[in-house]
Unconditional design. Sequence first.
Length: 135
Amino acid sequence: LGIPMLKKYNELFGSGMRLVSNIPFILKTGIITLISWTLEMFSVYFAFRSVGSSIPIFTSIAILSIAIIVGIISLVPNGVGSTEAAVFYLAGFFHENAGLLFTGLILVRILTYGLIFTLAFVFHGYGYIAKGLSR
């Protein structure tokens, strides 16, 4: 029981090490991640501004960066709840209106995840209809 499992983990570790040692892959992934985080920071900043907050952009970036790290550390799927709680707490720390920032973050969550789930639902349903599996 133990030896086959060790072989499996050794294979997985080896494939992970090959992936990490692939410098072009790491660079491409890093650039895509940087672009993604930058766009997310700006979208959250504009959401904060749209609900009436006068938060400076660097404060917005600091709050969201710390909140995302809190969400990752909490091990909650996608940081749902813990990220919002961190934004609520950090808003007070940075002397910002917590209600406005919380509303802005919820707005971003609804727009991003709402759009993703809606598209997934539509295309998943379309796949069933196209294959003739609908009833």
